[in-house]
Design a protein. Sequence first.
Length: 321
Amino acid sequence: MIYLRYRLVVMVFLFMGFQLLLQAQKPVFKVVPLGVKGGLDESNLSAYLIAVNGTSRYIALDAGTIDAGIQKAIQKKLWKGTTSTAVLQDSIKGYCISHGHLDHVAGLIINAPNDSKKNIYAMPYCLQVLEQNYFTWQSWANFGDAGTLPFLNKYHYVPLATGREVPLEGTDMMVTPFVLSHGSNYKSTAFLVRYQSGYLLYLGDTGADTIEHSHDLLQLWQCIAPLVQQKKLKAIFIEVSYPNEQPENQLFGHLTPKLLLDEMHVLVNLTGINAVQGLPIVITHMKPSGNNEAIIQRQLLQNNALQLQFIFAQQAVPLFF
Ligand SMILES: [Zn+2]
Ligand SMILES: [Zn+2]
């Protein structure tokens, strides 16, 4: 009898342990790329929907392509029995915009008349571009709540401050922004998204610290290093726009495979090599001219001494982290 009871207790403990293991392995985030390229193809420009896995309350990280990406996702049955307008209005709860370049905002601007009321989260230097260059009544109607009068008040601008976490309304996620250098005198933004103790880092366009004469990436790596060590950071989305052959004076604030790997070495110096092995690094923003995309992929995979897990995002192919 005592033996039986002992066996029962062991089984209950084993079952609980198994449940905990399942819980630990369950992805925290679901990401649906609506657009992944760094130019040329207007139907496939930087935009990544992120949600807590198992929910459909998304935030768009950049908004280069919106409608064409949603339509493709519907074709692929990522959403069933719905329209792209319904997904735009109901499933996208807000936008985090890294910088004001057209390949990161065109989808947001062009779809604004069809959109529902929501927040745009961005650093002041990025909101300024929306206010002063796009939602001006000259380029487009003013769908915002600042800038040129009258305001249509569809979008509420939420100005962010470096390193300060704010809630992403309509979701259970939080976001912390960091400044990035994107060419001379131009700033972009990285977004650290959090749900409970899980994190995902998305970087808008950025150059390397060495080329930009900046410490912005170093400061970002210093902030996230403890999260990498504790395995709380589930993925890094980062750009590689050009192959290694791109001349240094024609990088325009972007990365090559070599420059990305140099930056990853800076991170490794802070975390130790074991912490980054297998870390998913999602490559974004490849400029699709000639064979560039294949060359970039080869140059990353052939020089992967750090054993990072490179993922090449594809439009409307969901990712789980
Ligand atoms: Zn870009
Ligand atoms: Zn840019």
